[in-house]
Design a protein around this ligand. Structure first.
Ligand code: NIG
Ligand code: FE
Length: 427
C-alpha cells in the first residue's frame, strides 16, 4: 500500500487526455476529440509526478492515503494548459495603435509607418533585463490564474544581438524563478529594425552571422521562429535563417500566412518545422505538405478575433490530418490576452472545433508543438502533476462561459499554486 503526497478524488469529470503518448505523436483527425473522460475520477501525486489515475475506487485501492486529499466532487479536473505561442516579454502599451485601428487603419498600415512591432521594440530596448524579469513574473502569475502551467515565450522585441540576448536571458531567469515552465524561442527575425531599414537581406545575414551563434553559444533557445510575411521576411530569407538555426540545433517554427498566402505553410514543411503558426491564408497545397511532413498547426484565434481577420480553415486542417494546437499569441499589438479558456471558446465558436477537440489542442497537442509532450499535456502516470480544477460540472463550460475565468484551483508539480479564493500562491 502506497501513501501519496496528494490525492484528488471524486472529480465529477476527470479529463486525462491519456492514450496519445509521445511515441504516438500528437492527435490527428478523429483522435483529436478523445478526452479520456472518467466520471468520479481520481489522481494520486508523489514528488510532483502523477503515480496513479483512474476511477476513484480503483485509485484508492492502490493509494489509500495521502498527506493531502482534495475532494473534487461536482467539479472538472483536466491538465494545465500549455500555451504554445506567446511574446511574453515587452515594454509599453499599444493603446494609441488600438485607437487608430478602431478608426479604420489596419495592423499592416500601422506597421508600415514604423508603429506596431517597432514601437514595442523601441520601448523594450529601454528596459533592463531585471525590470523585464519583474514584468514577466507578474505576467506569469496572470497566465497561471487562467490555468496555464507551461508557456512558450519568444524574444523578438530586441532585434540586435545584445537586446535579443537580454530577452532570452530574462526568459531563463523567469523559468528558474516562477512555477510556470517557460520554453524559450529565438525570434530575431520578427521585424527589420531601424538600423537595417530597407535592408531585410542585410538584417537576415546579421541574424545568421551574429545573433544565431551568440544564442547557440549560451544555449538560450530551443526553437527559432521567423515572421514570414509581406513587409517582414520573404520565404527565401526565412528559409536561410531557419536552415542556419537548425544547424545550431534550434528547431524551426514559423509565423506563417497570417495576412496573406506567402508560402509559409509550405516552407514550414520543407524545413521540417515543428509547427507553423497563424495560417489564416495558408493554401490547400501548403496544408497538405504540412500533414505529410508532420508539421503541426498552431492556431491563434484570439489574434484573428482582435484584428478582425477571418478564421483559419481549422476543420479542413483536421480533415487533412494536420495536427492542430491552440495558443494565445499573447503580445501587445495583435493579441493582448492571457486566457487559454478564451482561446478555447473562440476556437469552438469561430473556428468550428468541438469543445473536446479544442481542449485536446490546448493541452496534449500544444505540449507536442513545443516538444514538452513527454512531461506535460495529459494526466498519466509518470507525467508532471500539472492540472486545474474548474468551477463547473461539465467541461463544455470552458467553451460556453466565454470571457469568464472558471479556474477554481491550479496545481503545478503537485502543488496548489492558485486558488480562486486566495489568488496565486507564491513559492
Ligand atoms: O504573432 N505577427 C507577428 N508577431 C505578432 C504580433 C506582435 C506585435 O504586434 O507586437 C503576432 O501576431
Ligand atoms: Fe506571434
Amino acid at each position: 500500500m502506497m501513501e501519496a503526497d496528494l490525492l484528488i478524488v471524486h472529480a465529477g469529470q476527470l479529463l486525462t487526455l491519456a492514450g496519445g503518448g509521445p511515441e504516438e505523436g500528437p492527435r490527428r483527425g478523429a483522435a483529436l476529440d478523445h478526452l479520456g473522460l472518467i466520471r468520479d475520477g481520481a489522481v494520486a501525486v508523489t514528488d510532483g509526478l502523477i503515480v496513479q489515475v483512474g476511477p476513484t475506487p480503483d485509485v484508492l485501492d492502490d493509494v489509500p492515503k495521502a498527506a493531502e486529499v482534495v475532494d473534487a466532487a461536482g467539479r472538472v479536473v483536466l491538465p494545465g494548459f500549455v500555451d504554445a505561442h506567446t511574446h511574453l516579454l515587452f515594454a509599453g502599451s499599444r493603446a494609441e495603435e488600438f485607437e487608430l485601428r478602431l478608426r479604420g487603419a489596419t495592423y499592416q498600415e500601422i506597421a508600415a509607418r514604423g508603429g506596431g512591432i517597432l514601437h514595442t521594440v523601441a520601448q523594450t530596448r529601454l528596459m533592463s533585463e531585471s525590470a523585464l524579469v519583474d514584468v514577466g513574473l507578474a505576467r506569469l502569475n496572470r497566465l497561471l490564474a487562467h490555468g496555464t502551467t507551461t508557456v512558450e515565450a519568444k524574444s523578438g522585441y530586441g532585434l540586435s544581438t545584445e537586446e535579443e540576448l537580454k530577452l532570452l536571458r530574462a526568459l531563463h531567469r523567469l523559468n528558474a524563478r516562477h512555477q510556470v515552465d517557460v520554453v524559450p524561442t529565438f525570434l530575431g527575425a520578427h521585424a527589420v529594425p531601424p538600423e537595417f531599414a530597407g535592408d531585410p537581406d542585410g538584417y537576415g545575414h546579421y541574424v545568421i552571422e551574429e545573433m544565431l551563434p551568440a544564442v547557440a553559444e549560451e544555449d538560450l533557445a530551443e526553437f527559432c521562429d521567423v515572421f514570414c510575411e509581406q513587409g517582414a521576411f520573404t520565404p527565401e530569407q526565412s528559409r536561410a535563417i531557419l536552415e542556419a538555426a537548425a544547424e545550431y540545433g534550434l528547431v524551426p517554427k514559423i509565423h506563417a500566412d497570417e495576412f496573406s498566402d506567402s508560402g509559409g505553410a509550405r516552407l514550414a514543411a520543407e524545413v521540417g518545422a515543428i509547427s507553423a503558426d497563424h495560417l489564416l491564408y495558408a493554401s490547400e497545397e501548403g496544408l497538405r505538405a504540412m500533414a505529410e511532413a508532420d508539421t503541426m498547426a498552431v492556431l491563434l484565434p484570439a489574434t484573428a478575433f482582435f484584428l478582425g481577420l477571418p478564421a483559419p480553415a481549422a476543420r479542413r486542417m483536421i480533415d487533412l490530418g494536420v495536427a492542430v494546437a491552440l495558443a494565445t499569441d499573447f503580445n501587445p499589438g495583435s493579441s493582448p490576452t492571457y486566457s487559454m479558456p478564451m482561446v478555447i471558446a473562440l476556437a469552438v465558436l469561430r473556428l468550428g472545433l468541438r469543445p473536446a477537440e479544442a481542449i485536446a489542442a490546448a493541452t496534449v497537442n500544444a505540449a507536442h508543438a513545443i516538444g514538452m509532450a513527454e512531461e506535460v499535456g495529459s494526466l498519466e502516470p509518470g507525467k508532471v502533476a500539472d492540472f486545474v480544477i474548474l468551477d463547473a460540472t461539465d467541461y463544455r463550460a470552458l467553451a460556453m462561459h466565454f470571457g469568464v475565468n472558471l479556474m477554481d484551483e491550479v496545481y503545478k508539480r503537485g502543488r496548489r499554486v492558485y486558488s480562486s479564493r486566495t489568488g496565486v500562491i507564491a513559492e
